[in-house]
Design a protein around this ligand. Structure first.
Ligand code: ADP
Ligand code: MG
Length: 143
């Protein structure tokens, strides 16, 4: 599925819609260059999970856990991970195979330990369509 957004609010709203539909145990990967709107999307996603806390970037902690929504939300940013084995130490398996929802930024760096199935969300710019244009693609992945 592909959708186009033309401003930050539309991306946030689309995130909210997906967060609202998310089921326990689902894993999403989130891919896109710096400044493309990953955080904006994630803020909406968290809102859809009924999380009231503000979403901050987990870059330095690898994972941020939010437990005040309708199910646990595990927000990963694995940009600073050396290799997949480091993920053991932060309880990755418990999150991915748990009862909450995972959203993993930079998931391509830990591809070897992603679950059998997950939903890949890709956000891209297209300069020809303007500065605020984004193309969001969602694809079900099976390993
Ligand atoms: P990332 O987390 O991917 O590095 P951010 O979400 O922090 O990116 O920032 C995205 C920036 O792009 C924000 O400044 C936002 O206002 C801007 N922006 C412009 N158009 C859009 C759009 N259609 N969707 C999302 N963000 C947009
Ligand atoms: Mg970000």
């Amino acid at each position: 599925m592909k959708i186009e957004t033309w401003n930050e609010e539309e991306t946030r709203e689309f995130g909210r819609k997906l967060g609202k539909e998310a089921l326990p145990g689902q894993v999403y990967t989130l891919i896109g260059d710096l400044g493309v709107g990953k955080t904006v999307f994630t803020q909406g996603f968290a809102k859809g999970l009924e999380i009231d806390e503000p979403i901050s970037s987990p870059t330095f902690t690898i994972v941020q856990i939010y437990e005040d929504g309708r199910m646990p939300f595990y927000h990963f940013d694995v940009y600073r991970i050396g290799d997949s084995s480091e993920m053991d130490e932060i309880g990755y398996e418990d999150c991915v195979y748990g009862e909450g929802v995972c959203l993993i930024e930079w998931a391509n760096l830990i591809e070897d330990i992603l679950p059998e199935t997950y939903d890949e969300i890709k956000i891209e710019k297209n300069p020809e369509k303007g500065y605020d244009y984004r193309l969001i693609t969602i694809e079900k992945r099976e390993k």
